[in-house]
Design a binder for this molecule. Sequence first.
Ligand code: NAD
Length: 289
Amino acid sequence: MKIGFIGLGNMGAPMAVNLAKAGHKVTGFDTAAPEPDGVIAATSAAEAARDADVVIAMLPNGKILRAVADQVIPAMKTGAVFCDCSTVDVDSARAVADAALAAGLGALDAPVSGGIGGAQAGTLTFMVGGRADAFAAVEPLFQVMGQKAVHCGDSGAGQAAKICNNMILGVTMIATCEAFAMADKLGLDRQKMFDVVSTSSGYSWSMNAYCPAPGIGPKSPADNDYKPGFAAELMLKDLNLSQQAAESAGADTPMGALARSLYERFVEREDGLGRDFSAMLPRFVGRNG
Ligand code: NAD
């Protein structure tokens, strides 16, 4: 396939490289990052999109996505698919999809989980919103860039799935960290706490797969001085998006709201910026109660 790829940063560059390695013709554009090996350089987003069967965007936020979509959609050929893999607000995802559909294009919102490691290894999970025919057209590309693609529903459903998942993740990570800090105070050995909780009803991905306590459970960023991994500021971004969506949909999410405010304080007023989101554990310990 001919692919236009807009946004060649930490995630976009390895995704574009994997598509090129699989034999697709990938033309890329980024306002700052250089085109990686195997990706043909375009001088604008519209140029990267012009002949493409599928245009993939991997951009920082909804505002930038809307601006890029305004340039790209008029340049695309009828029947091509605009596939946004960025994590953005549901309203921007739906607005961009509506504009693409009105222009005779297919449109998907397809945010990912799996991080930079997953982008490099081609093991991302895609959560996809949009029509079934557009999903079917792009599915072979999801299989190259990832190992799983779930068609979640109409436009916006992919972003909705992503922020629901990450709201659960933020809340359970905080719960896991505060429980470890409390266990310390109660004189309960961290390894014993892991042995019990990881096989009891308090288990979760945060505890079992990404344990925030160094030296306990499988290897995680806690074992690497809390270098990300999944940076606290990216968790804050996703919690902001989930609260924005909760407000606009009228959903009651008190735990999500509290997780958002704790990560905001951690990133903006404490030492969370640039640290893994599991560094909430030393933060709770450091607060000394
Ligand atoms: P990044 O900042 O490394 O990359 C974004 C790229 O977009 C940059 O290279 C930037 O120059 C480019 N860009 C900005 N404005 C542009 C424009 N108008 N036209 C063309 N290019 C433009 O960010 P990233 O880590 O690659 O993340 C991309 C998206 O993926 C974000 O929405 C993020 O939330 C999401 N995401 C990231 C991770 C992760 O672990 N990094 C995991 C899952 C999802």
